[in-house]
Design a binder for this molecule. Structure first.
Ligand SMILES: Nc1nc2c(ncn2[C@@H]2O[C@H](COP(=O)(O)OP(=O)(O)OP(=O)(O)O)[C@@H](O)[C@H]2O)c(=O)[nH]1
Ligand SMILES: [Mg+2]
Length: 262
């Protein structure tokens, strides 16, 4: 008898057990689609939807998906606390269960699950893989000019202020090997919106873990509403500025550190 090897695959070869964490707030139109696409693109990985008690019933849809598929799990959180808090809860869930790698992925289809195998392949040789919109070979589809501008300017500012060799520090399609999460002081993380991605990039870079960027095709959401707000942009701006100033003050106090960092 020949066993169907692809349905028996656990995790990703060379990486181990993988959990894709999908934070949701009012993603009833998207969550079933994204779960089905992840299951088709990477049948060996597990999915955890971290839902902040969405008023549109996303949580109940997730319960049905989880009831029908042992690879799908739901973390019901009491209320909307932001992307950062949902991811931290998802990371803790993964670590308690011994996963070897955690993936961050939006529910709205902007992060194509079909790109996931390439990201996981890259994770064989890296601790953090960033799915990048701004490296050679990447594409951004259907984004209005003001979103393109915001992302380009935000990334330029983060790069200059923090001295990180990362072209898409605000991007939220990533793989973290568990050893990278072990190296980062997650308890110190306070950011909620885009700043969360920049803060984790900064902490990973400072921890000296191996980071690589892989080009992705990023597609504007087709269903549901964006949670992006001026408050989220303002949070990123002031946090990046304060980290940059702190790093410069620290470097001025210890000039020998300047040679190593940034
Ligand atoms: N659990 C949880 N998820 C959230 C929260 N805010 C946003 N999300 C989810 O985080 C992901 C990214 O949010 P989006 O609204 O797509 O934000 P964005 O991708 O920066 O903005 P757009 O490009 O306009 O879609 C989506 O899956 C959201 O449902 C939150 O407070 N709690
Ligand atoms: Mg989005």
């Amino acid at each position: 008898m020949v066993l169907a090897a692809d349905t028996k695959t656990v995790g990703h070869p060379g990486v181990g057990r993988v959990l894709v964490v999908v934070p949701t707030y009012n993603e009833a139109d998207n969550v079933s689609r994204i779960v089905a696409r992840v299951r088709a693109a990477a049948p060996g990985v597990d999915i955890l939807v971290a839902d902040d008690n969405s008023p549109d019933g996303t949580g109940a849809i997730c319960d049905r998906l989880a009831g029908a598929d042992p690879h799908v799990h739901v973390l019901h959180r009491p209320g909307k606390e932001g992307l950062g808090a949902a991811y931290l809860a998802g990371f803790a869930w993964a670590r308690q269960r011994g996963y070897d790698a955690v993936v961050e992925m939006d529910a709205d289809g902007s992060h194509a699950p079909e790109d996931l195998p390439a990201l996981l392949d890259a994770a064989r040789e890296a601790d953090v893989v960033i799915g990048s919109r701004w490296t050679r070979g990447a594409r951004v589809v259907n984004w209005p000019w003001h979103r393109l501008l915001l992302s380009r300017c935000g990334n330029l500012y983060a790069r200059l202020a923090l001295g990180m060799p990362v072209s898409d520090a605000t991007g939220g399609y990533r793989v973290y090997r568990s050893r990278a999460l072990d190296a980062i002081d997650l308890a110190s993380v306070r950011s909620q919106g885009y700043a969360f991605q920049v803060e984790l990039s900064r902490l990973a870079h400072r921890a000296g873990v191996r980071m690589v960027e892989v080009p992705i095709t990023f597609v504007e959401r087709e269903h549901g509403d964006s949670k992006m707000s001026p408050l989220i942009v303002a949070e990123a701006l002031w946090r990046i500025t304060s980290w940059g100033l702190r790093d410069r003050r620290a470097a001025a106090r210890r000039p020998e550190a300047l040679a190593r960092w940034p």
